[in-house]
Design a protein around this ligand. Structure first.
Ligand code: SF4
Ligand code: SF4
Length: 339
């Protein structure tokens, strides 16, 4: 049975949350005999422009102090998003991160300028034989995976698993989780500029005169979505078996690695931090939790939320955990150690 360390803190003060995160990191390293690598990037979410409930940059100060005191090289690491927005390309993404206060460490956008840098990890599971992560992740054996536990319209409530799955995936990996792979073109929006044709490495797009995608040739890299200046190219966000796919990507992102997981249960919103708008939290603040097992950690967070709050999206979050058990990923049984 895996341990999940929990320090309750029902306020929303970044300085205190930062100290708690550091305390939990020190504790987990000591209690679980974790060997720290010389270079440990911190996986974060910089928050979409306009979002006010993502984990603020100040909350990471404590763990950064700790890593620096151990003479460990560190950085913030993230991947580009699939949809068109401020975090679609590396340059804009870094600008937004700095605007949101993430200035203390170098920033690595793991999948390159628009998602072209991909690292394949073979997993041989039900939906995927391999997962497409951001290329930079292949350079690290250990990542400090820091997550915001919150909701998501499709995935339900969760933290560490979503952070591993969507957060580590390249654009093509995100697309594989979300969709039937082949995007579609809105003819009335297309201005026939041809940028998507130039971008498509497998010549799957033709102008006739509007852009048309050949589903036989398309490999689902999502590059065309990123370059289209008018947002004429979209994918099917719903997809099938989304939550199971998310779980398999999370499995691939932690396979043969020694990641450490810390989740903030604060500002718990119904939708995720990719929403570029203000949202009202739907539950109280709980505090900070940490574990070496992302499945145990998410299970503990959902259990806490269900026990002390009420929302009907809980069970959707649990579907990912059910699939984790099915593929022998992590442990849904845990011991909650209160700090
Ligand atoms: S998703 Fe990639 S492969 Fe498919 S049409 Fe767009 S650019 Fe081409
Ligand atoms: S990039 Fe967009 S607007 Fe330009 S041709 Fe392709 S679909 Fe049409």
């Amino acid at each position: 049975m895996k341990k999940v360390y929990f320090k309750r803190y029902e306020e929303n003060d970044s300085e205190t949350l930062s100290k708690i995160a550091r305390e939990l990191l020190e504790l987990i390293v000591e209690q679980e005999n974790v060997t720290l690598e010389k270079n440990i990037p911190i996986k974060v979410h910089f928050g979409e422009k306009g979002n006010k409930t993502f984990v603020p940059a100040r909350c990471y100060d404590g763990v950064i102090d700790y890593l620096e005191e151990q003479h460990i090289e560190t950085s913030f690491i993230e991947t580009n998003v699939l949809y068109r927005g401020e975090r679609t390309t590396k340059e804009n993404h870094i600008t937004l991160a700095k605007d949101h206060g993430f200035t203390r460490l170098p920033i690595i956008i793991a999948d390159g300028e628009i998602g072209e840098d991909v690292h394949d990890v073979v997993i041989n599971q039900e939906y995927f034989t391999s997962v497409k992560l951001g290329g930079a992740f292949k350079d690290y054996n250990q990542v400090l995976v820091m997550s915001h536990f919150k909701g998501h319209g499709l995935a339900g409530f969760g933290g560490a698993i979503k952070q591993l799955a969507m957060g580590f995936a390249s654009r093509s990996g995100k697309m594989a989780q979300h969709s039937r792979m082949v995007p579609t073109v809105s003819e009335h929006k297309c201005i026939e500029c041809g940028l998507c044709v130039k971008k498509c490495d497998v010549s799957a797009i033709q102008l006739t005169p509007k852009a048309q995608i050949n589903s036989e040739l398309c490999v689902g890299c999502a590059g065309c979505i990123a370059v289209c200046p008018v947002g004429a190219i979209r994918n099917d966000w719903g997809g099938l078996n989304f939550r199971e796919k998310v779980t398999e990507y999370a499995y691939g992102a932690q396979l043969d690695k020694n990641h450490i997981y810390i989740s903030f249960m604060m500002n718990i919103t119904k939708e995720c931090d990719c929403m570029g708008q203000e949202m009202k939290p739907i539950a109280k603040h709980f505090g900070v939790l940490a574990s070496m097992d992302p499945v145990a950690l998410d299970t503990a967070c959902i259990d806490l939320l269900q026990k002390e709050s009420h929302h009907d999206l809980f069970e959707i979050g649990r579907e990912s955990l059910t699939h984790a058990k099915h593929i022998n990923f992590g442990s849904s049984e845990y011991i909650l150690e209160m700090i």
